[in-house]
Write a protein that binds this ligand. Structure first.
Ligand code: PLP
Length: 369
């Protein structure tokens, strides 16, 4: 049988899957129309609604990674020629611009420095000027470790009649989400971050205004696979075939969601926060500094400016030693931040003091002298 090395995954994702999730996935298959599986699908959809903070009927695990969720939201909600405003605070905001442009949208981007958060006023100004059909931005920007406040931007977008799309790939199950209260119309996430599941599904949700927009399209949704009306055949009351559901992946997600509810989001959020604080206090002694200002830091993704002793040797070489000698993976910087930061993920099951201490001990050993 194929075997893989044991790794502690403390990068930007994937994080380690919980053993119970992996065991659930290893069970013998049932059919995707089996009543037992459909009951599980109901349960998954109900639990996702609670986690996103929504009553949206159309809440489902898309058969895709997070990028597929992004593709699905834009493909359904954007038509060629539509004006779209996108907040770009890092690589995943950039990716949104690429996806929307490929769909023929006229994209206006609002940028901020990587590591900072979008200014409400700059977003509101662009929205008032462009009068877009849709406004999109990222809640937890994994390329920088910054947490974007949502409500003011969503309000400005809705006041202008625009739909609001939010990327919650890294925030789901690690930060509280209340997408209905925030006025978010469509949202997507991923399973491989704070849910502690393998990658492969994109939990997503579409509200009434979003579905109305789809119903009124002038052109068919360009993606047959992600057409939300077609997907509603299976992920709605009729449960008719659209594509074969990735059964084992959904079973794993069901177990992960069960674990999240068993712990409770309040305790889970506190656990992520405590782990992040422990990490930052520990790495400060080794000369690492947080990139993001206090108040905007993501607890599950800690971006650390590198001390001279790491850059002198070459940060990739030090990361490689952590992997080879300690079995620990941490992430490097992306794009503009490549070579300048590390991204240390403390996501889901890995947001625990003993995990932080294991990393700190390995780092102390590698950076001694
Ligand atoms: C904020 C954000 N959006 C989108 C994605 C894309 O997800 P995936 O790599 O699962 O396709 C990621 C992945 O890291 C992410 O962090």
């Amino acid at each position: 049988m194929i075997t893989l090395p044991a790794r502690l995954l403390l990068g930007p994702g994937p994080s380690n899957a919980h053993p119970d999730v992996l065991s659930a996935m290893a069970q013998p298959l049932v059919g995707h129309l089996d009543p037992a599986f459909l009951d599980l699908a109901d349960e998954v959809q109900a639990r996702l609604r609670r986690l996103f903070g929504t009553a949206n009927r159309m809440t489902l695990p898309l058969s895709a990674t997070g990028s597929g969720g992004m593709q699905a939201c834009f493909a359904n909600l954007v038509e060629p020629g539509d004006a779209v405003v996108i907040g770009v605070a890092g690589l995943f905001g950039e990716r949104m611009c690429d996806v929307a442009t490929r769909l023929g949208a006229r994209v206006t981007r609002v940028d901020c420095a990587w590591g900072e958060v979008l200014a409400d006023a700059a977003m509101a100004e662009a929205i008032a000027r462009v009068r877009p059909a849709l406004v999109a931005f990222v809640h937890a920007e994994t390329s920088t470790g910054a947490r974007q406040p949502v409500e003011a931007i969503a309000r400005a977008a809705r006041d202008a009649g625009a739909l609001v799309v939010l990327d919650c790939v890294t925030s789901l199950a690690g930060l509280p989400l209340a997408i209905d209260a925030w006025g978010v119309d469509a949202v997507y996430s991923g399973t491989q971050k704070c849910l502690s599941c393998p990658p492969g599904l994109s939990p997503a949700s579409f509200g009434a205004r979003a579905l109305e927009r789809v119903a009124q399209r002038r052109t068919p949704v360009s993606s047959w696979y992600f057409d939300v009306e077609l997907l509603g055949g299976y992920f709605g009351e009729r449960r008719v075939y659209h594509h074969t559901a990735p059964i084992s992946a959904i079973v794993g997600l069901a177990e992960a969601l069960r674990r999240v509810e068993e712990e409770g989001m309040e305790a889970r959020v506190a656990r992520h926060q405590a782990a992040s604080e422990r990490l930052l206090a520990g790495v400060a002694k080794l000369g690492f500094e947080p990139l993001v200002a206090a108040g905007h830091r993501l607890p599950m993704l800690n971006s650390l400016l590198l001390p001279e002793r790491v850059t002198r040797e070459g940060e990739a070489a030090v990361r490689r030693r952590l992997l080879d000698r300690h079995g620990i993976e941490v992430g490097g910087g992306l794009g503009k931040l490549a070579g300048r930061i590390w991204r240390v993920g403390l996501m889901g099951e890995n947001a625990r003091p003993e995990i932080v201490d294991r990393l700190l001990a390995a780092l102390a050993e590698e950076l001694r002298g």
